[in-house]
Design a protein around this ligand. Structure first.
Ligand code: SF4
Length: 471
């Protein structure tokens, strides 16, 4: 008898819908039907079992062909490659569980490398603006129950987060919004006439790259300087700005959802910074929250896990052991790659080869490239070693942080193909092997005849003062 599983989490976009119903075969090996998910989510589940899977690690041979190896051999290869590298970098994590992200932190601490996630190329600017300016926010449940004005800025949820409007923001019947969309006003700011703009009450068709100017115009209204606003700001007529500003001010509970249209145009983190400032201004007369439209179903996860571990959400430099530091531009993946500072690249739960600038890929590809991913991808195709793992949220349980930073326990719905490992199990196996190699190295070094002492010598006869007196 097929089994019906309720309350399953969808492993695709940042909506992290946890109300999916999945019908599986009685041997729990095949997904038969998916209910409640959008078209993308449904396909993610169905494809998990309906296409040919790579179930064994594959290493590239000198002649260019690939050869299947065991997981132990793969773990040994990765650990030895780490031992031989000066600055390894592990990047990705959009499609992994928090447990795997924690295991990756252990591995890169042992390796003395860099840990980075997709925020580095998506909502990193948002996180930097949150550091600088704080941000008033709330959960998606609060949005559903209270929001009467929804502002989408540089985001197109109809395509990127298909159930966002239906489940959280615009259409659902909330506790205080019993008439759903009839009680809400939707405003879209976007240079394109997107499908989201098509269903909005107002569409401000902004000139691309002029978001900061338009935020400034709204802030001028808030400070009573509307007479100084020019007739057009960022291609938006003054009259529309005044009309929308009135709606923003009169909202009982407003929410600004912003996407990569804001974080990846001219201004980047400064755009988010001024958006937060506008929220602060609005909060003097109304009630407003702001939230990033995070892309992957658990891309908020590494930001949380590494923040509580190291204090930094992305671009975490562990080259000094556990004395982590973060400096986007210096310790961010693309910048490190373009400067050719990385001599081992581990791509996990994302496709860096398809998304990075070609110069970054070319530099990374000069050195060993390892891809950890359930599926074939460009990053798997060009890798020296591709290690397939179980699909998080389908074959692997774990914790996931939704775009509003609410943690959700995802359950697996089917078993992994026999013999496969989850990301977490694989990373732990590599760390265990790396610890063994480090111990072996330490022992071997102790056995060497000591011609010169390896211990630091404290020199007392020199006139130079001890370090702590030099300031
Ligand atoms: S909206 Fe996103 S999380 Fe929800 S079902 Fe669709 S793809 Fe999955």
């Amino acid at each position: 008898m097929p089994k019906t599983l309720e309350g399953i989490g969808c492993p695709f976009c940042g909506c992290s819908c946890d109300d999916v119903r999945v019908i599986v075969s009685d041997d729990e090996k095949k997904i038969l039907e998916v209910e409640n998910a959008c078209a993308i989510g449904t396909e993610i589940f169905l494809q998990a079992t309906n296409h040919e899977r790579i179930t064994k690690p594959r290493i590239r041979q000198p002649d260019g062909n690939v050869k299947e190896i065991s997981y132990d051999e793969a773990a040994d290869y990765v650990a030895k490659t780490i031992m031989n590298s000066k600055k390894p970098l592990m990047y990705g994590f959009g499609s992994t569980t928090c447990e795997a992200q924690r295991a990756a932190a252990r591995l890169m601490e042992l390796s003395g490398g860099i840990l980075d996630n997709c925020a580095s190329i998506c909502h990193g600017p948002s996180l930097m603006a949150f550091f600088d300016n704080g941000h008033p926010t709330c959960t998606l449940g609060v949005v559903k129950n209270r929001a009467d004005v929804i502002l989408y800025w540089g985001a197109n949820p109809v395509h990127a987060h298909p159930r966002h409007m239906a489940r959280y923001s615009t259409y659902p019947f909330g506790f205080f919004k019993g008439n759903g969309f009839l009680e809400r006003t939707v405003i879209v700011v976007d240079p394109r006439k997107t499908d989201t703009a098509g269903v909005a009450d107002y569409h401000l068709q902004i000139k691309q790259g002029f978001d900061y100017e338009l935020f400034n115009a709204f802030r001028m209204v808030m400070y009573g300087h509307e007479q100084d606003i020019p007739d057009m700001v960022a291609d938006v007529p003054k009259q529309s700005i005044l009309e929308v500003a009135k709606i923003l001010k009169e909202a009982k509970f407003g929410v600004c959802f912003f996407g990569m249209g804001l974080t990846h145009t001219k201004g980047r983190n400064h755009n988010v910074d001024i958006a937060i400032s506008l929220m602060r201004d609005l909060n003097a007369v109304s009630k407003w929250s702001i939230m990033a439209m995070r892309g992957h179903f658990n891309i908020a996860g590494p930001n949380k896990v590494w923040s509580w571990t190291y204090g930094f959400p992305f671009c975490v430099d562990l080259t000094r052991g556990d004395r982590a530091h973060m400096n986007p531009g210096e310790t961010s993946t693309i910048d490190l790659a373009i400067r050719d500072e990385i001599d081992l690249f581990i791509n996990i739960g994302t496709d860096a080869a398809a998304n990075f600038p070609i110069d970054a890929v070319k530099h990374l590809k000069k050195h060993p490239w390892i891809t950890i991913d359930p599926n074939l991808s460009m990053a798997a195709d060009i890798a020296d070693l591709h290690i397939p793992v179980g699909i998080s949220g389908v074959e692997v349980s774990g914790i996931v942080y939704r775009m509003d930073n609410v943690p959700i326990q995802y359950r697996k719905v089917i078993d992994m193909p026999e013999g496969m490992l989850s990301d977490e199990e694989l990373l732990d196996r590599i760390s265990d092997r790396l610890e063994e190699l480090i111990q072996e190295k330490v022992k071997a070094e102790k056995k060497k005849p000591e011609l010169i002492s390896s211990e630091p010598v404290l020199c007392t006869s020199h006139s130079a003062p001890p370090l702590n007196e030099t300031g």
